[in-house]
Design a protein around this ligand. Structure first.
Ligand code: ZN
Length: 299
């Protein structure tokens, strides 16, 4: 397969956004359904059910849209979807609606797994880390992106290695198999300016070592806050999810960061939203309320 040149990427049909010199593509990391209650934590159903379609089983649709960043010097994957290692029981438990198609989507862009330079998991929950590894020819889980450096916060990796009882339900060892042994692991502490355009920063909140990603290029900017902001319905600082390990931290980070990004008219990138990939933030006259002036919609 011939590699498409940059201008051909747009013909792939994948949602995309340009931030200066950085191109962002959203890849299908699998679609699941989860109970809507925990997805809105303390928010009463009478309020959240006005915003999302809820089934008779009380479940709502959850996308897992991994991102590919093409910078002038690097190919970067942010989060990795549910992967293809789930057992039949797990697939039933998490109501998998669409399988992991991340590799097919990459192929549509003419990009192979060994062309990826960096993988940035926002955190280690299975719905973000499932695609970090895949079964090799012997059926053993091994790094999906063989040449890439996988970047974790030290605090997060410590929980991966020694999960407490609650984290263990979502941090599955097979999602990290071979990363240390293969030399693919890069552990950081706090902020890292990864490329001139891409910065990683520690947020905490959802998990102890949860990290966000900021993109700045040619005066434009975007931010990915991972599960601190799983969907457009979580913009209100108090709309947090029950899976947050430290909800008060999530509220504080959202209150501190979101108005700032909105004043700069940054793009906010989404992983779990089923309707939009990103929204361009704007600040209300109260200098607090954040809304979107325009959005990148899903197909
Ligand atoms: Zn998640």
């Amino acid at each position: 397969m011939n590699k498409p040149d940059k201008s051909d990427y747009l013909s792939t049909g994948l949602p995309s956004l340009k931030i200066g010199e950085v191109e962002i593509f959203w890849l299908n990391g699998g679609k699941i359904r989860l109970d809507g209650g925990p997805m809105f934590g303390p928010v009463p159903k009478v309020l959240w059910s006005k915003k999302v379609a809820v089934g008779e089983d009380n479940c709502i649709a959850i996308d897992n849209s991994a991102m590919l960043l093409l910078t002038p010097t690097a190919k970067i994957i942010i989060d990795s979807g549910i992967g293809n290692k789930m057992t039949a029981i797990q697939q039933e438990h998490f109501h998998v609606q669409e399988p992991w198609r991340l590799l097919e989507d990459l192929e549509r862009l003419g990009i192979t797994t060994d062309a990826i330079d960096f993988v940035i998991p926002t955190h280690a929950d299975f719905d973000h880390a499932g695609g970090l590894t895949r079964h090799d020819n012997n059926g053993t889980p091994a790094p999906t992106f063989t040449r890439a450096q996988y970047i974790f916060q030290e605090k997060e990796w410590q929980v991966v290695k020694n999960p407490d009882r609650r984290s263990a339900t979502s941090y599955w060892p097979e999602n990290f198999s071979g990363l240390e042994e293969g030399g693919n692991l890069k552990i950081i502490n706090g902020d890292l300016q990864l490329t001139p355009e891409v910065k990683i920063f520690l947020t905490g909140g959802h998990t102890i070592g949860h990290q966000g990603i900021e993109i700045n290029s040619q005066g434009a900017s975007a931010v990915h806050l991972g599960d601190l902001l799983p969907s457009q319905n979580h913009l209100h600082p108090l709309w947090v999810i029950a899976y947050d390990d430290y909800p008060m931290e999530v509220i504080a980070v959202k209150e501190r960061l979101l108005p700032d990004y909105a004043r700069r008219q940054s793009w906010i990138l989404f992983y779990h939203d089923t309707e939009i990939c990103a929204g361009r933030a704007q600040i209300g006259t109260d200098e607090q309320t954040v809304t979107f002036s325009t959005t990148i919609d899903k197909a």
